[in-house]
Design a protein around this ligand. Structure first.
Ligand SMILES: *[C@@H]1O[C@H](CO)[C@@H](O)[C@H](O)[C@H]1NC(C)=O
Ligand SMILES: *[C@@H]1O[C@H](CO)[C@@H](O)[C@H](O)[C@H]1NC(C)=O
Ligand SMILES: *[C@@H]1O[C@H](CO)[C@@H](O)[C@H](O)[C@H]1NC(C)=O
Ligand SMILES: *[C@@H]1O[C@H](CO)[C@@H](O)[C@H](O)[C@H]1NC(C)=O
Length: 577
Protein backbone atom coordinates (compact mmCIF):
# COMPACT_ATOMS: atom_id res chain seq x y z
CA UNK A 1 0.00 0.00 0.00
CA UNK A 2 2.73 2.42 1.03
CA UNK A 3 4.51 1.61 -2.20
CA UNK A 4 1.40 2.27 -4.19
CA UNK A 5 0.95 5.67 -2.51
CA UNK A 6 4.57 6.52 -3.09
CA UNK A 7 4.25 5.50 -6.73
CA UNK A 8 1.14 7.59 -7.20
CA UNK A 9 2.83 10.50 -5.49
CA UNK A 10 5.90 10.22 -7.72
CA UNK A 11 3.76 10.03 -10.84
CA UNK A 12 1.93 13.19 -9.86
CA UNK A 13 5.19 14.99 -9.05
CA UNK A 14 6.78 13.86 -12.29
CA UNK A 15 3.76 14.85 -14.34
CA UNK A 16 3.58 18.23 -12.67
CA UNK A 17 7.26 18.88 -13.03
CA UNK A 18 7.10 17.79 -16.65
CA UNK A 19 4.27 20.24 -17.19
CA UNK A 20 6.33 22.95 -15.52
CA UNK A 21 9.31 22.07 -17.62
CA UNK A 22 7.79 22.93 -20.94
CA UNK A 23 8.77 26.54 -21.53
CA UNK A 24 6.33 29.20 -22.68
CA UNK A 25 6.95 31.48 -25.62
CA UNK A 26 6.23 35.16 -25.95
CA UNK A 27 7.14 36.87 -29.22
CA UNK A 28 6.91 40.63 -29.53
CA UNK A 29 7.01 41.87 -33.11
CA UNK A 30 7.24 45.57 -33.88
CA UNK A 31 6.30 47.09 -37.21
CA UNK A 32 8.89 49.16 -39.12
CA UNK A 33 11.01 49.79 -36.01
CA UNK A 34 14.60 50.68 -36.85
CA UNK A 35 17.62 49.35 -34.98
CA UNK A 36 18.53 52.94 -34.08
CA UNK A 37 15.31 53.51 -32.13
CA UNK A 38 15.95 51.31 -29.11
CA UNK A 39 17.89 52.23 -25.97
CA UNK A 40 20.03 49.11 -25.69
CA UNK A 41 21.01 49.52 -29.36
CA UNK A 42 22.39 52.97 -28.69
CA UNK A 43 19.44 55.37 -28.67
CA UNK A 44 19.85 57.72 -25.74
CA UNK A 45 16.78 59.87 -26.26
CA UNK A 46 13.94 57.36 -26.74
CA UNK A 47 13.04 55.54 -23.54
CA UNK A 48 12.68 51.78 -23.96
CA UNK A 49 13.43 50.49 -20.44
CA UNK A 50 11.41 47.31 -20.90
CA UNK A 51 13.12 46.19 -24.11
CA UNK A 52 16.46 47.12 -22.56
CA UNK A 53 15.62 45.03 -19.51
CA UNK A 54 15.04 41.94 -21.70
CA UNK A 55 18.50 42.47 -23.18
CA UNK A 56 20.08 42.93 -19.74
CA UNK A 57 18.44 39.81 -18.31
CA UNK A 58 19.07 37.83 -21.48
CA UNK A 59 20.70 38.36 -24.84
CA UNK A 60 21.06 41.15 -27.35
CA UNK A 61 21.45 40.07 -30.99
CA UNK A 62 23.32 42.68 -32.95
CA UNK A 63 23.24 40.98 -36.35
CA UNK A 64 19.75 39.49 -36.46
CA UNK A 65 18.32 39.64 -39.96
CA UNK A 66 14.83 39.77 -41.39
CA UNK A 67 14.30 37.61 -44.48
CA UNK A 68 12.60 40.48 -46.31
CA UNK A 69 12.56 44.28 -46.00
CA UNK A 70 8.75 44.64 -45.79
CA UNK A 71 6.00 43.28 -43.54
CA UNK A 72 4.16 40.52 -45.40
CA UNK A 73 7.10 38.39 -46.60
CA UNK A 74 9.17 39.09 -43.48
CA UNK A 75 6.39 37.87 -41.21
CA UNK A 76 5.79 34.84 -43.41
CA UNK A 77 9.47 33.88 -43.10
CA UNK A 78 9.42 34.34 -39.33
CA UNK A 79 6.43 32.02 -38.96
CA UNK A 80 7.67 29.36 -41.37
CA UNK A 81 11.47 29.41 -41.01
CA UNK A 82 11.74 29.57 -44.81
CA UNK A 83 12.50 32.18 -47.47
CA UNK A 84 9.25 33.71 -48.81
CA UNK A 85 10.24 32.90 -52.39
CA UNK A 86 9.83 29.20 -51.61
CA UNK A 87 6.05 29.59 -51.26
CA UNK A 88 5.16 32.47 -53.56
CA UNK A 89 5.25 35.26 -50.97
CA UNK A 90 7.94 37.29 -52.71
CA UNK A 91 6.57 39.94 -55.06
CA UNK A 92 8.28 40.60 -58.37
CA UNK A 93 7.87 44.35 -57.98
CA UNK A 94 5.74 46.79 -55.98
CA UNK A 95 3.69 46.17 -53.99
CA UNK A 96 5.86 43.80 -51.98
CA UNK A 97 3.31 43.57 -49.17
CA UNK A 98 -0.49 43.19 -49.17
CA UNK A 99 -2.18 46.58 -49.32
CA UNK A 100 -5.83 45.55 -49.41
CA UNK A 101 -7.99 43.15 -47.46
CA UNK A 102 -10.33 42.09 -50.27
CA UNK A 103 -7.75 40.13 -52.26
CA UNK A 104 -7.39 36.35 -52.54
CA UNK A 105 -3.66 36.19 -51.69
CA UNK A 106 -2.17 34.88 -48.49
CA UNK A 107 0.19 32.48 -46.80
CA UNK A 108 -0.36 29.10 -48.50
CA UNK A 109 -2.06 26.50 -46.34
CA UNK A 110 0.68 24.01 -47.16
CA UNK A 111 3.16 25.92 -44.97
CA UNK A 112 3.92 24.63 -41.48
CA UNK A 113 4.10 27.46 -38.95
CA UNK A 114 5.59 28.11 -35.53
CA UNK A 115 2.24 28.27 -33.69
CA UNK A 116 1.17 25.08 -35.48
CA UNK A 117 4.26 23.35 -34.14
CA UNK A 118 3.51 24.50 -30.59
CA UNK A 119 -0.20 23.69 -30.88
CA UNK A 120 0.66 20.16 -31.99
CA UNK A 121 2.61 19.88 -28.75
CA UNK A 122 -0.32 20.85 -26.56
CA UNK A 123 0.32 24.58 -26.35
CA UNK A 124 -2.31 27.30 -26.10
CA UNK A 125 -1.56 29.76 -28.85
CA UNK A 126 -2.68 33.33 -29.53
CA UNK A 127 -1.95 36.14 -31.93
CA UNK A 128 -2.68 39.64 -30.72
CA UNK A 129 -2.28 42.44 -33.22
CA UNK A 130 -1.20 42.50 -36.79
CA UNK A 131 -1.39 39.47 -39.09
CA UNK A 132 -0.93 40.79 -42.66
CA UNK A 133 -0.76 37.36 -44.30
CA UNK A 134 -4.10 37.26 -46.09
CA UNK A 135 -7.66 36.45 -45.04
CA UNK A 136 -10.06 35.12 -47.69
CA UNK A 137 -9.82 33.07 -50.89
CA UNK A 138 -13.18 32.73 -52.62
CA UNK A 139 -15.71 34.72 -50.57
CA UNK A 140 -15.76 37.05 -47.58
CA UNK A 141 -15.83 34.86 -44.52
CA UNK A 142 -14.18 31.73 -45.87
CA UNK A 143 -11.12 32.80 -43.85
CA UNK A 144 -8.82 30.45 -45.70
CA UNK A 145 -5.76 32.53 -44.74
CA UNK A 146 -6.97 33.37 -41.22
CA UNK A 147 -4.49 33.00 -38.31
CA UNK A 148 -6.59 30.09 -37.03
CA UNK A 149 -5.64 28.11 -40.14
CA UNK A 150 -2.02 28.43 -39.12
CA UNK A 151 -2.10 27.25 -35.53
CA UNK A 152 -3.37 30.25 -33.59
CA UNK A 153 -6.18 29.22 -31.22
CA UNK A 154 -7.07 32.82 -30.58
CA UNK A 155 -6.80 35.94 -32.73
CA UNK A 156 -7.52 39.48 -31.69
CA UNK A 157 -6.24 42.16 -33.98
CA UNK A 158 -5.68 43.44 -37.48
CA UNK A 159 -6.08 41.00 -40.36
CA UNK A 160 -4.25 43.52 -42.56
CA UNK A 161 -2.18 46.33 -41.07
CA UNK A 162 -2.13 49.84 -39.78
CA UNK A 163 -0.88 52.49 -42.10
CA UNK A 164 -2.08 52.83 -45.63
CA UNK A 165 -5.21 54.86 -45.10
CA UNK A 166 -5.96 54.34 -41.43
CA UNK A 167 -5.28 57.81 -40.08
CA UNK A 168 -8.61 59.44 -39.15
CA UNK A 169 -6.99 62.87 -39.32
CA UNK A 170 -5.36 62.48 -42.73
CA UNK A 171 -6.46 65.22 -45.11
CA UNK A 172 -5.94 63.01 -48.10
CA UNK A 173 -5.27 59.29 -47.84
CA UNK A 174 -2.84 57.46 -50.13
CA UNK A 175 -5.79 55.71 -51.74
CA UNK A 176 -7.53 58.97 -52.47
CA UNK A 177 -4.31 60.32 -53.91
CA UNK A 178 -3.94 57.31 -56.24
CA UNK A 179 -7.62 57.53 -57.16
CA UNK A 180 -7.19 61.15 -58.10
CA UNK A 181 -4.19 60.34 -60.27
CA UNK A 182 -5.95 57.43 -61.94
CA UNK A 183 -9.32 58.98 -62.46
CA UNK A 184 -8.25 62.51 -63.29
CA UNK A 185 -7.55 61.56 -66.87
CA UNK A 186 -10.45 59.21 -66.95
CA UNK A 187 -13.25 61.65 -67.66
CA UNK A 188 -16.03 59.78 -65.94
CA UNK A 189 -18.81 61.90 -67.40
CA UNK A 190 -17.65 61.51 -71.00
CA UNK A 191 -16.99 57.79 -70.60
CA UNK A 192 -20.40 57.16 -69.14
CA UNK A 193 -22.08 59.12 -71.91
CA UNK A 194 -20.20 57.12 -74.53
CA UNK A 195 -21.05 53.82 -72.86
CA UNK A 196 -24.68 54.90 -72.71
CA UNK A 197 -24.72 55.79 -76.40
CA UNK A 198 -23.07 52.50 -77.40
CA UNK A 199 -25.54 50.52 -75.31
CA UNK A 200 -28.51 52.33 -76.79
CA UNK A 201 -27.19 51.73 -80.28
CA UNK A 202 -26.71 48.02 -79.57
CA UNK A 203 -30.22 47.84 -78.23
CA UNK A 204 -31.67 49.87 -81.11
CA UNK A 205 -30.18 47.53 -83.70
CA UNK A 206 -31.41 44.57 -81.63
CA UNK A 207 -27.98 43.05 -81.18
CA UNK A 208 -28.65 42.23 -77.55
CA UNK A 209 -31.39 41.40 -75.09
CA UNK A 210 -32.31 43.66 -72.16
CA UNK A 211 -30.94 41.05 -69.76
CA UNK A 212 -27.54 40.90 -71.45
CA UNK A 213 -27.55 44.63 -71.65
CA UNK A 214 -28.16 44.95 -67.95
CA UNK A 215 -25.44 42.42 -67.09
CA UNK A 216 -22.95 44.04 -69.44
CA UNK A 217 -23.47 47.53 -68.15
CA UNK A 218 -23.35 46.39 -64.52
CA UNK A 219 -20.09 44.61 -65.25
CA UNK A 220 -18.66 47.60 -67.09
CA UNK A 221 -19.60 49.96 -64.33
CA UNK A 222 -18.24 47.76 -61.56
CA UNK A 223 -14.96 47.63 -63.43
CA UNK A 224 -14.70 51.40 -63.19
CA UNK A 225 -16.44 51.93 -59.88
CA UNK A 226 -15.05 49.12 -57.68
CA UNK A 227 -11.43 50.24 -57.73
CA UNK A 228 -12.64 53.79 -57.12
CA UNK A 229 -14.71 52.79 -54.10
CA UNK A 230 -11.85 50.65 -52.79
CA UNK A 231 -9.31 53.42 -53.19
CA UNK A 232 -11.34 56.22 -51.72
CA UNK A 233 -12.72 54.19 -48.79
CA UNK A 234 -9.48 52.55 -47.78
CA UNK A 235 -9.85 53.46 -44.14
CA UNK A 236 -13.22 51.78 -43.78
CA UNK A 237 -12.45 48.74 -45.94
CA UNK A 238 -8.90 47.90 -44.80
CA UNK A 239 -8.50 49.28 -41.29
CA UNK A 240 -10.37 46.44 -39.71
CA UNK A 241 -10.13 44.62 -36.38
CA UNK A 242 -11.26 41.09 -35.67
CA UNK A 243 -11.75 38.78 -32.74
CA UNK A 244 -11.39 35.24 -34.03
CA UNK A 245 -13.77 35.12 -37.01
CA UNK A 246 -15.77 38.25 -36.19
CA UNK A 247 -15.25 41.78 -37.42
CA UNK A 248 -15.36 43.87 -34.24
CA UNK A 249 -14.23 47.28 -35.42
CA UNK A 250 -14.40 48.99 -38.76
CA UNK A 251 -12.72 51.36 -39.29
CA UNK A 252 -10.50 50.83 -36.26
CA UNK A 253 -9.45 53.45 -33.76
CA UNK A 254 -5.64 53.19 -33.85
CA UNK A 255 -5.13 55.10 -30.65
CA UNK A 256 -6.67 52.40 -28.47
CA UNK A 257 -5.35 49.30 -30.23
CA UNK A 258 -2.15 48.90 -28.20
CA UNK A 259 -3.85 49.29 -24.80
CA UNK A 260 -6.60 46.89 -25.87
CA UNK A 261 -4.07 44.31 -27.09
CA UNK A 262 -2.21 44.67 -23.83
CA UNK A 263 -5.40 43.95 -21.89
CA UNK A 264 -5.94 40.87 -24.06
CA UNK A 265 -2.36 39.73 -23.41
CA UNK A 266 -2.80 40.01 -19.64
CA UNK A 267 -6.05 38.07 -19.83
CA UNK A 268 -4.50 35.35 -22.03
CA UNK A 269 -1.54 34.90 -19.67
CA UNK A 270 -3.79 34.70 -16.62
CA UNK A 271 -6.02 32.13 -18.28
CA UNK A 272 -3.09 29.98 -19.38
CA UNK A 273 -1.72 30.10 -15.86
CA UNK A 274 -5.08 29.11 -14.39
CA UNK A 275 -5.37 26.21 -16.82
CA UNK A 276 -1.73 25.36 -16.14
CA UNK A 277 -1.12 24.98 -19.86
CA UNK A 278 2.03 26.02 -21.69
CA UNK A 279 1.47 28.80 -24.19
CA UNK A 280 2.80 30.57 -27.23
CA UNK A 281 1.79 34.21 -27.46
CA UNK A 282 2.65 36.54 -30.32
CA UNK A 283 2.08 40.21 -29.62
CA UNK A 284 2.35 41.92 -32.96
CA UNK A 285 2.19 45.69 -32.64
CA UNK A 286 0.96 48.28 -35.16
CA UNK A 287 3.66 50.47 -33.61
CA UNK A 288 5.52 52.12 -35.17
CA UNK A 289 4.06 52.00 -38.66
CA UNK A 290 2.52 55.26 -39.86
CA UNK A 291 -0.23 56.44 -39.25
CA UNK A 292 1.17 57.26 -35.83
CA UNK A 293 -1.73 57.62 -33.42
CA UNK A 294 -0.57 56.60 -29.93
CA UNK A 295 -3.01 56.48 -27.01
CA UNK A 296 -3.66 59.88 -25.47
CA UNK A 297 -1.57 59.14 -22.37
CA UNK A 298 1.53 58.73 -24.55
CA UNK A 299 1.06 61.73 -26.81
CA UNK A 300 3.68 64.40 -26.41
CA UNK A 301 5.60 62.39 -23.83
CA UNK A 302 8.71 61.51 -25.84
CA UNK A 303 11.41 63.68 -27.32
CA UNK A 304 10.76 62.45 -30.86
CA UNK A 305 7.24 63.47 -31.71
CA UNK A 306 4.53 60.93 -32.47
CA UNK A 307 7.17 58.44 -33.58
CA UNK A 308 8.95 58.47 -30.23
CA UNK A 309 5.58 58.42 -28.45
CA UNK A 310 4.61 55.28 -30.37
CA UNK A 311 7.90 53.54 -29.55
CA UNK A 312 7.40 54.37 -25.88
CA UNK A 313 3.79 53.20 -25.98
CA UNK A 314 4.94 49.84 -27.33
CA UNK A 315 7.66 49.62 -24.70
CA UNK A 316 5.09 50.35 -22.00
CA UNK A 317 2.92 47.50 -23.33
CA UNK A 318 5.90 45.12 -23.31
CA UNK A 319 6.49 46.17 -19.71
CA UNK A 320 2.92 45.26 -18.76
CA UNK A 321 3.27 41.81 -20.37
CA UNK A 322 6.63 41.22 -18.67
CA UNK A 323 5.25 42.33 -15.30
CA UNK A 324 2.33 39.94 -15.75
CA UNK A 325 4.72 37.04 -16.43
CA UNK A 326 6.60 38.00 -13.27
CA UNK A 327 3.44 38.27 -11.18
CA UNK A 328 2.33 34.83 -12.36
CA UNK A 329 5.73 33.32 -11.61
CA UNK A 330 6.34 32.51 -15.28
CA UNK A 331 9.43 34.61 -16.02
CA UNK A 332 11.96 31.93 -15.32
CA UNK A 333 10.65 29.49 -17.87
CA UNK A 334 9.36 31.76 -20.61
CA UNK A 335 11.32 32.30 -23.80
CA UNK A 336 10.78 35.95 -24.69
CA UNK A 337 11.78 37.32 -28.07
CA UNK A 338 11.50 40.86 -29.32
CA UNK A 339 12.17 41.95 -32.90
CA UNK A 340 10.92 44.18 -35.70
CA UNK A 341 9.68 43.00 -39.10
CA UNK A 342 11.82 45.40 -41.14
CA UNK A 343 13.86 48.55 -40.81
CA UNK A 344 12.66 52.10 -40.34
CA UNK A 345 11.01 53.75 -43.34
CA UNK A 346 13.52 56.55 -43.75
CA UNK A 347 11.67 58.08 -46.71
CA UNK A 348 8.88 59.04 -44.30
CA UNK A 349 11.26 61.46 -42.58
CA UNK A 350 10.84 61.98 -38.85
CA UNK A 351 7.94 59.57 -38.75
CA UNK A 352 10.14 56.81 -40.16
CA UNK A 353 12.59 56.34 -37.35
CA UNK A 354 16.27 55.58 -37.40
CA UNK A 355 18.34 52.65 -38.58
CA UNK A 356 21.33 53.78 -36.56
CA UNK A 357 24.68 53.59 -38.30
CA UNK A 358 23.33 51.33 -41.04
CA UNK A 359 22.62 52.34 -44.61
CA UNK A 360 19.18 52.15 -46.18
CA UNK A 361 15.89 51.12 -44.63
CA UNK A 362 12.49 49.57 -45.22
CA UNK A 363 12.08 48.16 -48.71
CA UNK A 364 15.80 47.61 -49.28
CA UNK A 365 16.45 43.91 -48.89
CA UNK A 366 20.14 44.26 -49.59
CA UNK A 367 20.78 47.14 -47.17
CA UNK A 368 21.59 46.56 -43.52
CA UNK A 369 19.14 49.29 -42.48
CA UNK A 370 16.29 47.37 -44.11
CA UNK A 371 16.94 44.00 -42.51
CA UNK A 372 19.20 44.26 -39.41
CA UNK A 373 16.64 44.17 -36.63
CA UNK A 374 16.75 45.34 -33.02
CA UNK A 375 16.40 41.96 -31.32
CA UNK A 376 16.56 40.80 -27.72
CA UNK A 377 15.83 37.41 -26.15
CA UNK A 378 15.27 36.33 -22.57
CA UNK A 379 15.00 32.86 -21.03
CA UNK A 380 16.62 32.79 -17.62
CA UNK A 381 16.84 28.97 -17.57
CA UNK A 382 19.16 28.84 -20.57
CA UNK A 383 20.46 32.30 -21.42
CA UNK A 384 22.92 34.14 -19.18
CA UNK A 385 22.16 37.79 -18.38
CA UNK A 386 24.04 40.28 -20.51
CA UNK A 387 24.77 37.87 -23.38
CA UNK A 388 25.63 39.63 -26.64
CA UNK A 389 25.43 37.67 -29.90
CA UNK A 390 27.26 39.50 -32.67
CA UNK A 391 27.19 36.61 -35.15
CA UNK A 392 24.77 36.64 -38.09
CA UNK A 393 21.39 35.10 -37.21
CA UNK A 394 18.01 35.21 -38.91
CA UNK A 395 14.39 35.58 -37.88
CA UNK A 396 13.86 32.28 -39.69
CA UNK A 397 15.97 30.67 -36.92
CA UNK A 398 13.21 30.98 -34.34
CA UNK A 399 11.18 28.14 -35.90
CA UNK A 400 13.97 25.50 -35.64
CA UNK A 401 14.99 26.90 -32.25
CA UNK A 402 11.49 26.43 -30.90
CA UNK A 403 11.39 22.97 -32.52
CA UNK A 404 14.59 22.09 -30.68
CA UNK A 405 13.20 23.33 -27.37
CA UNK A 406 10.03 21.27 -27.90
CA UNK A 407 12.10 18.31 -29.11
CA UNK A 408 9.90 18.34 -32.20
CA UNK A 409 11.29 17.05 -35.47
CA UNK A 410 11.53 19.60 -38.28
CA UNK A 411 9.31 19.05 -41.32
CA UNK A 412 11.21 16.63 -43.54
CA UNK A 413 9.37 17.26 -46.81
CA UNK A 414 10.70 20.78 -47.42
CA UNK A 415 13.82 22.89 -47.23
CA UNK A 416 14.15 24.70 -43.90
CA UNK A 417 16.27 27.85 -44.10
CA UNK A 418 16.43 28.71 -40.40
CA UNK A 419 18.89 27.10 -37.98
CA UNK A 420 18.69 26.33 -34.29
CA UNK A 421 20.36 29.23 -32.45
CA UNK A 422 19.89 27.91 -28.93
CA UNK A 423 23.56 26.86 -28.67
CA UNK A 424 24.58 30.37 -29.72
CA UNK A 425 22.20 31.99 -27.20
CA UNK A 426 23.29 29.66 -24.41
CA UNK A 427 26.98 30.18 -25.10
CA UNK A 428 27.74 26.61 -26.17
CA UNK A 429 28.59 27.84 -29.67
CA UNK A 430 30.25 31.08 -30.75
CA UNK A 431 29.85 31.02 -34.51
CA UNK A 432 26.79 31.52 -36.66
CA UNK A 433 25.04 28.30 -37.66
CA UNK A 434 24.66 29.80 -41.14
CA UNK A 435 27.32 29.65 -43.78
CA UNK A 436 25.20 31.72 -46.18
CA UNK A 437 22.24 34.03 -45.89
CA UNK A 438 20.39 35.29 -48.97
CA UNK A 439 19.05 38.81 -48.91
CA UNK A 440 16.00 39.31 -51.11
CA UNK A 441 14.13 42.36 -52.28
CA UNK A 442 10.77 41.00 -53.41
CA UNK A 443 11.62 38.04 -55.64
CA UNK A 444 15.04 39.42 -56.53
CA UNK A 445 18.22 38.25 -54.87
CA UNK A 446 20.16 41.42 -54.03
CA UNK A 447 22.91 40.40 -51.65
CA UNK A 448 24.49 37.35 -50.05
CA UNK A 449 26.18 36.95 -46.67
CA UNK A 450 28.95 34.43 -46.36
CA UNK A 451 30.30 33.39 -42.98
CA UNK A 452 33.34 31.18 -43.62
CA UNK A 453 33.43 28.35 -41.09
CA UNK A 454 36.81 29.55 -39.82
CA UNK A 455 37.71 33.09 -39.02
CA UNK A 456 35.89 36.17 -37.89
CA UNK A 457 34.76 37.72 -41.15
CA UNK A 458 31.22 38.19 -42.49
CA UNK A 459 31.39 38.76 -46.21
CA UNK A 460 28.53 40.50 -47.91
CA UNK A 461 28.33 40.62 -51.68
CA UNK A 462 25.92 43.05 -53.34
CA UNK A 463 24.71 41.92 -56.73
CA UNK A 464 22.20 44.75 -56.95
CA UNK A 465 22.33 48.25 -55.41
CA UNK A 466 19.67 50.93 -55.08
CA UNK A 467 19.91 54.21 -56.90
CA UNK A 468 19.76 56.33 -53.77
CA UNK A 469 18.96 60.02 -53.97
CA UNK A 470 22.27 61.91 -53.80
CA UNK A 471 23.57 62.38 -50.29
CA UNK A 472 21.08 59.91 -48.77
CA UNK A 473 20.68 56.15 -48.45
CA UNK A 474 17.04 56.18 -49.51
CA UNK A 475 14.83 56.73 -52.55
CA UNK A 476 12.91 59.79 -51.39
CA UNK A 477 11.51 60.69 -54.79
CA UNK A 478 9.87 57.24 -55.07
CA UNK A 479 8.99 57.04 -51.32
CA UNK A 480 10.55 53.56 -51.25
CA UNK A 481 13.34 51.95 -53.28
CA UNK A 482 12.40 49.55 -56.05
CA UNK A 483 13.79 46.04 -56.35
CA UNK A 484 14.38 45.87 -60.09
CA UNK A 485 14.47 47.73 -63.36
CA UNK A 486 15.89 51.16 -63.98
CA UNK A 487 15.75 52.18 -60.33
CA UNK A 488 18.52 49.76 -59.34
CA UNK A 489 22.10 49.13 -60.44
CA UNK A 490 23.22 45.63 -61.35
CA UNK A 491 26.77 45.24 -60.06
CA UNK A 492 29.10 43.24 -62.26
CA UNK A 493 31.48 42.49 -60.63
CA UNK A 494 29.54 42.42 -57.35
CA UNK A 495 30.48 44.79 -54.51
CA UNK A 496 32.08 43.06 -51.53
CA UNK A 497 32.36 44.16 -47.88
CA UNK A 498 33.30 42.58 -44.56
CA UNK A 499 30.40 43.60 -42.33
CA UNK A 500 32.11 42.27 -39.20
CA UNK A 501 34.88 44.85 -39.32
CA UNK A 502 32.97 47.32 -41.51
CA UNK A 503 29.28 47.20 -40.52
CA UNK A 504 28.51 50.48 -42.28
CA UNK A 505 29.91 49.08 -45.54
CA UNK A 506 32.23 51.95 -46.32
CA UNK A 507 35.38 50.02 -47.24
CA UNK A 508 34.94 48.21 -50.52
CA UNK A 509 37.05 45.08 -50.92
CA UNK A 510 39.02 45.80 -54.04
CA UNK A 511 38.26 43.63 -57.06
CA UNK A 512 41.70 44.09 -58.59
CA UNK A 513 44.11 44.24 -55.70
CA UNK A 514 42.66 42.17 -52.87
CA UNK A 515 43.57 38.50 -53.41
CA UNK A 516 40.59 37.40 -51.27
CA UNK A 517 38.05 38.94 -53.66
CA UNK A 518 37.99 36.29 -56.41
CA UNK A 519 38.09 33.42 -53.90
CA UNK A 520 35.21 34.75 -51.83
CA UNK A 521 33.04 35.72 -54.82
CA UNK A 522 33.61 32.30 -56.33
CA UNK A 523 32.35 30.56 -53.18
CA UNK A 524 29.36 32.91 -53.01
CA UNK A 525 28.43 32.36 -56.67
CA UNK A 526 28.46 28.60 -56.16
CA UNK A 527 26.23 29.00 -53.10
CA UNK A 528 23.80 31.12 -55.10
CA UNK A 529 23.63 28.43 -57.78
CA UNK A 530 22.83 25.78 -55.19
CA UNK A 531 20.27 28.01 -53.53
CA UNK A 532 18.54 28.80 -56.81
CA UNK A 533 18.52 25.08 -57.63
CA UNK A 534 16.69 24.39 -54.39
CA UNK A 535 13.78 26.68 -55.37
CA UNK A 536 10.74 25.15 -56.98
CA UNK A 537 8.00 26.59 -59.15
CA UNK A 538 5.11 27.69 -56.92
CA UNK A 539 1.93 29.73 -57.22
CA UNK A 540 2.76 33.44 -56.94
CA UNK A 541 0.63 35.20 -54.33
CA UNK A 542 1.78 38.55 -55.68
CA UNK A 543 0.47 38.33 -59.24
CA UNK A 544 -0.76 41.70 -60.52
CA UNK A 545 -4.38 40.51 -60.82
CA UNK A 546 -4.33 39.46 -57.16
CA UNK A 547 -4.17 43.11 -56.23
CA UNK A 548 -7.49 44.07 -57.79
CA UNK A 549 -9.87 44.13 -54.83
CA UNK A 550 -12.87 41.80 -55.15
CA UNK A 551 -16.13 43.12 -53.72
CA UNK A 552 -17.13 39.56 -52.79
CA UNK A 553 -14.03 39.25 -50.60
CA UNK A 554 -14.76 42.43 -48.67
CA UNK A 555 -15.47 41.93 -44.98
CA UNK A 556 -18.19 44.09 -43.52
CA UNK A 557 -19.80 44.43 -40.09
CA UNK A 558 -23.25 45.89 -39.52
CA UNK A 559 -24.07 45.32 -43.20
CA UNK A 560 -24.49 47.37 -45.34
CA UNK A 561 -22.94 50.16 -43.26
CA UNK A 562 -19.59 48.45 -42.63
CA UNK A 563 -19.33 50.42 -39.45
CA UNK A 564 -18.85 49.10 -35.91
CA UNK A 565 -16.89 49.89 -32.79
CA UNK A 566 -15.66 47.82 -29.89
CA UNK A 567 -16.26 49.25 -26.44
CA UNK A 568 -13.53 48.43 -23.99
CA UNK A 569 -12.96 49.73 -20.48
CA UNK A 570 -9.23 50.43 -20.34
CA UNK A 571 -9.20 51.78 -16.82
CA UNK A 572 -7.87 48.54 -15.30
CA UNK A 573 -4.57 49.14 -17.12
CA UNK A 574 -3.85 52.32 -15.15
CA UNK A 575 -1.91 53.84 -18.02
CA UNK A 576 0.35 56.74 -17.24
CA UNK A 577 2.63 57.28 -20.20
C1 LIG B 1 -10.68 56.73 -30.38
O1 LIG B 1 -10.86 56.41 -29.03
C2 LIG B 1 -10.58 57.47 -28.14
C3 LIG B 1 -10.66 56.94 -26.73
O2 LIG B 1 -11.85 56.25 -26.51
C4 LIG B 1 -11.53 58.62 -28.42
O3 LIG B 1 -11.26 59.69 -27.56
C5 LIG B 1 -11.38 59.05 -29.87
O4 LIG B 1 -12.31 60.05 -30.18
C6 LIG B 1 -11.57 57.88 -30.80
N1 LIG B 1 -11.21 58.28 -32.15
C7 LIG B 1 -11.97 58.05 -33.19
C8 LIG B 1 -11.46 58.52 -34.51
O5 LIG B 1 -13.04 57.48 -33.10
C1 LIG C 1 16.89 57.94 -31.48
O1 LIG C 1 15.70 57.83 -32.26
C2 LIG C 1 15.26 59.03 -32.84
C3 LIG C 1 13.94 58.74 -33.55
O2 LIG C 1 14.09 57.80 -34.55
C4 LIG C 1 16.31 59.55 -33.79
O3 LIG C 1 15.89 60.77 -34.32
C5 LIG C 1 17.62 59.71 -33.05
O4 LIG C 1 18.61 60.09 -33.96
C6 LIG C 1 18.01 58.43 -32.37
N1 LIG C 1 19.20 58.61 -31.58
C7 LIG C 1 20.31 57.92 -31.77
C8 LIG C 1 21.45 58.24 -30.86
O5 LIG C 1 20.40 57.06 -32.61
C1 LIG D 1 40.09 38.36 -36.40
O1 LIG D 1 41.01 37.41 -35.93
C2 LIG D 1 42.34 37.82 -36.08
C3 LIG D 1 43.22 36.65 -35.67
O2 LIG D 1 42.62 35.88 -34.68
C4 LIG D 1 42.60 39.07 -35.25
O3 LIG D 1 43.92 39.49 -35.40
C5 LIG D 1 41.65 40.15 -35.72
O4 LIG D 1 41.78 41.29 -34.89
C6 LIG D 1 40.22 39.68 -35.67
N1 LIG D 1 39.40 40.66 -36.30
C7 LIG D 1 38.27 41.10 -35.75
C8 LIG D 1 37.52 42.11 -36.55
O5 LIG D 1 37.82 40.69 -34.70
C1 LIG E 1 -14.25 50.64 -15.89
O1 LIG E 1 -13.69 49.70 -14.98
C2 LIG E 1 -13.43 50.24 -13.69
C3 LIG E 1 -12.78 49.15 -12.86
O2 LIG E 1 -11.74 48.56 -13.52
C4 LIG E 1 -14.70 50.74 -13.05
O3 LIG E 1 -14.41 51.34 -11.81
C5 LIG E 1 -15.35 51.76 -13.96
O4 LIG E 1 -16.61 52.14 -13.44
C6 LIG E 1 -15.56 51.18 -15.36
N1 LIG E 1 -16.05 52.24 -16.24
C7 LIG E 1 -17.09 52.05 -17.04
C8 LIG E 1 -17.48 53.22 -17.90
O5 LIG E 1 -17.71 51.00 -17.09
Amino acid sequence: MARLVLFAFLTVVLTLSRGDDRPNFVFFVADDLGIGDVGCFGNDTIRTPNIDSIAAKGAKLTQHLAAAPVCTPSRAAFLTGRYPIRYGMAGRDLPMAFVQLAIPSGLPRSEVTLPQLAKDHGYQTALLGKWHLGLNCAWAGDHCHHPSDFGFDYFYGLPLSNGLDCDPEAKQTIGQYIARLLYRHLRLWEISTSIFVVILALKYFKYIQWKTLFLLSTFGWSLVACPYVALTNGRRLNCVMMRDDDIIEMPFNISTITPRMTLEAVRFLQESKTKNEPFLLEVSYWNVHTALVPYKEFRGKSRHGLYGDSVEEMDWSIGVVMATLERLGLTDNTFVYFTSDNGGHIETGEEGGSNGIYKGGKGQGGSEGGIRMPTVVQWPRKIKPGTVVTEATSQMDIFPTVADILKAPLPQDRVMDGRNILPLLGGALVTSPHEFLFHYCGGHLHAVRYMPREGNVTWKAHFVSYNWDPGTTGCFSLRICRCAGQEVTYNDPPLLYDVTSDPTEDRLISVGSDPRYPIVIDVIKKAVEEHVDSLTEVENQFGVSNFIPRPWLQECCNFPFCDCQENVNLSSLRING
